[in-house]
Design a protein around this ligand. Structure first.
Ligand code: ACO
Length: 300
């Protein structure tokens, strides 16, 4: 039995003894200091920024850890949905002003490495084939908008506090924040919040298109689980292809998008080993047992 299989068995055993969450372990048993990962027995990977005493500011160490964690989760068959959240009162207070900025101002090699590490893990998140949910539990400032935008869906506490604070201390929203923020919101809102640095809450974040759902903080976890369960009812292959299609067509003109989607649709027929399309057709048209407009076809 491989070490990975052995760990998988152990975690199933702990689930059976009443622990509904298992501590994620890397194959080399590496311990993380800035990121916490737990995979529950339903297949939800809870990835938490874990520097609550620093409001989960993103240090170089946090970037390196995220860069290791995300490919592990991407390739772990136990993981069906990833949720990105923060320990304590903050989602993330953005880049660490001390460790990411000041301490690397005179160390270009260190800055280069942590910049690229951040860029790599943000890309992993953005291009993941698994559904990703940002569960914004508190402060979300500056650089935190990059991973927020990289997630497919965002659910926020109504009381969360968001802001592009860069203007307040002399930099512009870099690390692609200007790009992802202005892709999410209207031009007017991008200008207003980048130029004033004013904060806004979770309800406003939904109104602006930054998050999908705002719920009271004490309901945030339960609502996230409900959302994750809804996603897990779908075929993973269909979900992955749907995500890829929505993202890919953004840069295409009409004709190219038609061609791309036609080809992608054909490729999905091969990729979806569950035969969801055929099953859905048969249950709707032949058995009359299913309404595709109203819910996912039952998976085996
Ligand atoms: N970088 C480094 N340390 C931070 C950061 C940060 N972005 N945010 C908070 N911390 C640290 C504080 O320095 C403090 O550390 P200390 O205990 O060693 O003094 C600790 O976290 C707690 O911070 P407080 O300010 O005491 O917490 P409070 O709850 O009162 O306020 C808030 C939280 C509003 C998030 C405040 O810390 C803040 O304004 N942080 C800066 C947010 C920001 O501007 N982020 C953008 C950074 S730039 C970028 O991302 C590109």
């Amino acid at each position: 039995m491989s070490e990975r299989e052995d760990k998988s068995k152990q975690s199933m055993a702990s689930a059976a003894t009443g622990q509904d969450r298992k501590k994620f372990e890397m194959s080399d048993a590496k311990e993380y200091s800035c990121v916490k990962v737990e995979i529950d027995d339903e297949g939800i990977a809870w990835v938490s920024f874990n520097r609550p005493e620093k409001r989960n500011a993103m240090s170089p160490a946090l970037h390196y850890e995220m860069e290791e964690v995300l490919p592990e989760l991407e390739t772990d068959p136990d993981v069906k949905v990833m949720v990105l959240t923060g320990e304590g009162v903050s989602w993330s207070a953005g880049m660490d002003l001390k460790e990411y900025f000041r301490e690397t101002d005179n160390n270009p090699a260190a800055r280069f490495k942590s910049y690229w590490s951040h860029r790599h893990w943000a890309q992993y998140l953005m291009l993941s084939s698994k559904p990703t949910i940002a569960m914004v539990n508190g402060f979300c400032f500056g650089g935190a908008f990059t991973p927020l935008a990289a997630c497919d869906i965002a659910i926020t506490a109504e009381e969360a506090t968001y802001g592009l604070s860069e203007i307040n201390w002399g930099i512009l929203p870099g690390g692609n924040v200007s790009k992802v923020f202005s892709d999410l919101v209207s031009h007017r809102d991008a200008m207003f919040y980048a130029m004033t640095g004013r904060t806004f809450d979770g309800t406003k974040a939904v109104e602006m298109g930054i998050a999908n759902l705002a719920v009271p903080g004490d309901k945030l976890r339960d609502e996230t689980i409900a959302l994750a369960r809804e996603l897990m009812e779908k075929s993973p292959a269909v979900l992955a292809f749907t995500k890829q299609a929505i993202k890919a067509v953004q840069g295409m003109d009409m004709n190219l998008a038609y061609e791309y989607l036609q080809a992608k649709q054909g490729a999905l027929r091969n990729a979806d080993k569950e035969g969801t399309r055929q099953k859905g057709m048969s249950e709707f048209l032949d058995n009359k047992s299913y309404r595709p407009g109203l819910g996912a076809v039952k998976r085996d």
